[in-house]
Design a protein around this ligand. Sequence first.
Ligand code: NDP
Ligand code: 2IT
Length: 448
Amino acid sequence: MKSTHCTDVESFMAGLRKRNPGESEFHDAVHEVAADVLPFIAETPAYQKGCLLERLTEPDRIISFRVSWVDDAGNVRANRAWRVQFCNAIGPYKGGMRFHPSVTQSVLKFLGFEQIFKNSLTGLPMGGAKGGSNFNPKGKSDDEVMRFCQSLMSELNRYIGPDTDVPAGDIGVGAREIGFLFGQYRRLSNTFSGAITGKGVDFGGSVGRKEATGYGAVYFMREMLRTAGDEIDGKSAVVSGSGNVALYCIEKLIALGGKPLTASDSGGYIHDPDGIDTEKLEWLKDLKEVRRGRISEYAEEFGCEFHPGRPWAVKADLAFPCATQNELVEDDARTLIGNGLIALAEGANMPCELGAQHLLREALLYAPGKASNAGGVAVSGLEQSQNSLRINWTLEEVDDRLQRIMGEIHEKCSTYGARDGGRIDYVKGANIGGFVKVANALLQCGVT
Ligand code: NDP
Ligand code: 2IT
């Protein structure tokens, strides 16, 4: 086979930008990977055939469809939804669904692309995908959300299945939405299968899935600190978000002796200098998971500060951006570094802009989301296994496996990201560590 692949990052990116105009999030996600993987390919003859990165940056398919639904006032509404099935070289497509007004094809392509490498890093047989809609669940009644989910699944069901593509949650898609989506899938397919993960534990969900992304990010942080001869106990932390990932990141930080100082939502952030403790966290979970309230109410309840914007100016030892992409820019990175930050683990996907990432990657221990937030999809993979086996593991079994998987991801990052002087480049380690298995599979399965 002839080698026609591009070895220069800038010319590779010029081609990609031309083929995918205006998709800035997708460009950034690919740029980060290409900058590590193209030089790796150039120095590794086995990967020089097969146009691997060119193939991996072109989704297998993108399904785009209309979702019509009726609101409580009887008005007919229409939204747009997608499923980006990016690569199934190592297992059925797997990745979350996001409901947020900012969702575009570019956002879902960046997320689906990241998911290929993240899922590979877990060591489980899962391909990469992502989906979602520009539907905004905020302010909608439960009935409206149900009608929307049922309508969306009436179309999506044709393209998914336990051995084909297995969606899960993401921003705006939590326990409530997964229940509605699964209920409609079950009805339409007349099967009860693991075609969706993040299900309630009463209907096939795994214990520990809800907690897995946040816990996993803290486990990854623990590994990074351990390698540097340090620990979480006694460390303060700045956390963004107050959704699924942030809440359970805060919970595990508290459990390991850390002191989370902040939480945020799209309205701003709270700064609690005494630390969010278990009792306050239970209140916050009720606020966010049950009452669907605003983070500013925490400041009123506990008498601490509320500020608009993001929490990066708060001085802390550790940082966990757990809200959304591009929420931490270059200036924020400089502030964090200036404040003596020791380590940052991304709970969200691509929360640090590329410029911020460059600064952080050089200055401190920095874990990219595809490594540090992989615990969520890893336990989704464990949910699929339990569904196929028709058994339920205990919380202890699931958590043991999660800790082992996060440790193994850290190992892969250390192997492929080793730098002179014993330092680890976790971005390079995650990109190459995730790439190798997928590349091997692509090479062995012929030109597809
Ligand atoms: P949730 O919807 O549960 O929570 C999202 C949180 O981020 C909310 O506090 C939300 O505030 C805030 N947020 C969302 N968009 C914005 C924005 N544009 N500006 C400011 N704040 C914002 O989502 P998750 O916790 O599930 O996901 C958070 C991140 O983690 C995402 O990047 C997701 O892709 C990633 N992730 C999630 C996994 C999972 O298992 N759920 C797994 C791996 C990664 P508000 O409510 O005001 O909108
Ligand atoms: O970004 C992610 O890894 C997720 N939203 C979880 C995906 C999954 O299939 O559990």
